[in-house]
Ligand binder design. Structure first.
Ligand code: NAD
Ligand code: TYD
Length: 344
């Protein structure tokens, strides 16, 4: 059945991968991307999508109520998937305000538009960081959907607030909401402020690889296409009012990831530099995806050993894309963020 889907934040990492998945898997659907094109976006990411007649792009900020309502009036979406967010923990520690505005108030604007114009689904893309962290010495513990919300950073707090607001709109107004909470993604088109693309970029350029603390913090890595397939499964088979955890059962300490990247690129471990730790640094994230597996029949299919090789190859083959991201203000960001860590 033909659907019109609004994807917010579609010029960013996961949103763009989701758009390409839908254009391939649901070719009859009309995909409308709304993105404010912040520093984290690269419009060239959508070059191939823009050629597709079923794809349309609006440069708009999800905080702009009038602009968003106008788009709803024109496009009359059936489904809205809200990826748009400020997404980097380190930036949230520097400047929390914009995280609260975009991630909470922007989500409110999107849901108010959904209420006014009527949709069959509003899906909020959430994160496992809302559950806080797990101890490193308890590998038997995992985040389930019942784990209490217990956030550490301004980023995770803003995302938890948005999740709760979405569930409140379901309960209070009957808006058909679903929420997914995912672990760390990796793959093509990720902005190189995040661990994996930053380390790949630095290693390719023989720059030092800044590892926070001792590199022992653990993340549960999921290939981005598997995450996108999980969101599609929630849209098509999930129950409204429900939360679904999406994770890869693929835990790795940061230092392991960095060493895998260096090995794959044939670069020496002497490039590693241990720098000052992140404030409030979460120790370990690990998702129990049993609910999504049982209720939706969703399973991640990309093994980390394959996914990381494909990812490294993608960045090697797309250095022009990388240069577009790392020119301009990125240089100032990098100097500000990492000079301070090294000098601490
Ligand atoms: P990203 O930073 O790569 O992309 C975010 C996109 O949103 C950018 O294109 C940006 O221009 C856009 N945007 C930001 N503010 C906006 C605004 N006010 N109005 C319109 N557009 C705006 O982020 P990502 O890694 O692709 O994450 C997407 C979503 O998934 C986020 O909600 C994030 O919290 C969530 N998530 C990410 C991960 C991960 O590992 N990257 C894991 C779990 C959940
Ligand atoms: P990041 O990619 O920022 O994702 P998140 O904080 O949302 O999990 O960081 C992943 C892990 O890598 C996290 O434990 C912090 C660490 N890290 C570094 O050690 N060095 C870096 O330069 C960056 C960006 C992250």
């Amino acid at each position: 059945m033909k659907k019109t889907v609004i994807v917010t934040g579609g010029a960013g990492f996961i949103g763009s991968n989701f758009i390409y998945l839908l254009l391939e898997e649901r070719p009859e659907w009309k995909i409308i991307c709304i993105d404010a094109l912040t520093y984290a976006a690269n419009i060239h990411t959508l070059n191939k999508a823009i050629e597709n007649p079923n794809f349309k792009f609006y440069k708009e900020d999800i905080r702009n109520r009038d602009g968003i309502f106008k788009i709803f009036e024109i496009e009359k979406p059936d489904i809205v998937v809200n990826f748009a967010a400020e997404s980097h923990v380190d930036r949230s520690i520097e400047n929390p305000g914009i995280f609260l505005e975009t991630n909470i108030l922007g989500t409110q604007v999107m849901m108010d538009a959904c209420r006014k114009y009527g949709v069959e689904r509003f899906h909020q893309v959430g994160t496992d960081e809302v559950y806080g962290d797990l101890p490193l010495d308890r590998p038997d513990l995992f985040f389930t959907e019942e784990t209490p919300i217990h956030t550490s950073s301004p980023y995770s707090t803003s995302k938890a607030s948005a999740d709760l607001l979405a569930l409140a709109y379901y309960r209070t107004y009957g808006l058909p909401v679903t929420v997914s909470r995912c672990s760390n993604n990796y793959g093509p088109y990720q902005f190189p402020e995040k661990l994996i693309p930053l380390m790949i970029n630095n290693a390719i350029k023989d720059k030092t690889l800044p590892v926070y603390g001792q590199g022992l913090n653990v993340r549960d890595w999921l290939y981005v296409k598997d995450h996108c397939l999980g969101i599609l499964a929630v849209l098509e088979r999930g129950k409204t009012g429900e939360v679904y955890n999406l994770g890869g059962h693929n835990e790795k300490a940061n230092i392991e990831i960095v060493k895998i990247i260096l090995k794959e690129l044939g670069k020496p471990e002497s490039l590693i530099s241990y720098v000052a730790d992140r404030k409030g640094h979460d120790l370990r994230y690990a998702i129990d995806p049993a609910k999504a597996e049982m209720e939706l029949g969703w399973h991640p299919t990309t093994m980390f050993t394959d996914g990381i090789k494909q990812t490294i190859r993608w960045y090697q083959n797309n250095m022009v894309w990388m240069e577009e991201c790392t020119s301009g203000d990125y240089v100032n960001y990098y100097e500000r963020m990492y000079e301070r860590r090294i000098n601490q």
